[in-house]
Design a protein around this ligand. Structure first.
Ligand code: 0X9
Ligand code: CA
Ligand code: CA
Ligand code: ZN
Length: 309
């Protein structure tokens, strides 16, 4: 489990318990479903938050997903923080306004096998991938131009191994099935999304597979909207806004698929810290969780607003 000083982090069972408690405490506005199962058979829970939560209403839907990468535990806390803020503070008029007019989907751990393995021994393993064979990088396994562009590896030992084919990881496939299931009457209901990672303090937008701003699937107008919203969010949290390929080129990441396949206004946030420490950067002490998750409150609110634009 998490080492001394980091007990505030939630392991998989604690994360599930937290979601169950949220639903038990707020049954009118919170419910839990499953996106599917991980390679080792763990459920990948999805929390829904909205008024009339049992009804699929005609309200813009927003997705927050976390922990595609095993060692990025701060992101799981980010998703749990969002869940708590929109349920525990429902009597705050601004929160109520958001909850009543959106359907918010939260996936605290896309990669529960990897995150469990990372902490199981009591010493951090520095693990990134899932636990399928030598491990697939879940964020290189999504099916938009999978493996196209030198932004992933075909070596199963590599940290960015893309898998044997698109969607070969059960975790990416489960997320695909869930997001595809939000197409209702031919229209994708999820309008905006953030995929949380650590670290570097960045707000990133598509595409990742090319350094071109404008390309097949991205007009200048669309690019400009990403840059505008991304920059506005970054002004609230102090992160650096940029196209994801400005960091480095990736192929098969979730961002490119969410936009390329579904035209979801999708961002990747790289959370605290900004730099330094190599592997240590993935393991900030538990006492930064509150500050570094609340830091994104205003950006999350902007994304919820944009989902209705
Ligand atoms: O490499 C990744 O999957 C993400 N960074 S991380 O350090 N958390 O592994 C970044 C994905 C965003 N896409 C691009 N940078 N193209
Ligand atoms: Ca509703
Ligand atoms: Ca709906
Ligand atoms: Zn990551």
């Amino acid at each position: 489990d998490f080492p001394p000083g980091d007990e505030a982090y939630h392991n998989y069972d604690e994360m599930v318990a937290e979601l169950d408690k949220t639903v038990a405490d707020h049954p009118d506005i919170a419910s839990k479903v499953s996106a599917g199962k991980s390679f080792e058979g763990r459920d990948i829970p999805v929390l829904k938050i909205s008024d009339n939560v049992a009804t699929d209403e005609d309200e813009p839907e927003v997705l927050f997903d976390c922990n595609q990468h095993a060692r990025e535990h701060l992101t799981t806390e980010m998703c749990l923080h969002i869940a708590q803020r929109f349920t525990d503070n429902y009597d705050d008029p601004a929160v109520k306004e958001s909850v009543d007019n959106r359907e918010i989907w939260i996936v605290p751990s896309v990669n529960p096998d990897g995150s469990t393995y990372d902490v199981a021994s009591g010493e951090y393993q520095g693990w990134r991938k899932n636990r399928q064979d030598q491990g697939t990088d879940v964020n290189r396994n999504w099916g938009y131009l999978w493996g196209c562009c030198g932004g992933s590896s075909d070596d199963p030992a590599d940290e960015t191994y893309r898998g044997t084919e698109a969607w070969s990881s059960p975790e990416a496939a489960a997320m695909r099935d869930f997001i595809d299931s939000r197409v209702v009457g031919g229209t994708q209901q999820i309008k905006a999304a953030v995929d949380f990672h650590t670290y570097s303090e960045l707000v990133l937008w598509p595409f990742g597979h090319t350094s071109d701003d404008v390309t097949e699937g991205m007009t200048q107008e669309e690019y400009d909207r990403f840059a505008k919203v991304g920059t506005e969010m970054a002004q609230t949290n102090g992160y650096t806004p940029q196209q994801s390929s400005d960091l480095y080129v990736t192929d098969g990441d979730s961002l490119d698929w969410m936009w390329g396949q579904h035209k979801i206004l999708a961002f990747t946030f790289e959370m605290y810290p900004s730099s330094g420490g190599g592997l240590d950067g993935f393991y900030p002490p538990g006492d930064v969780i509150e500050r570094e998750t609340a830091r994104n409150d205003a950006a999350v609110d902007i994304l919820l607003r944009e989902a209705g634009a």
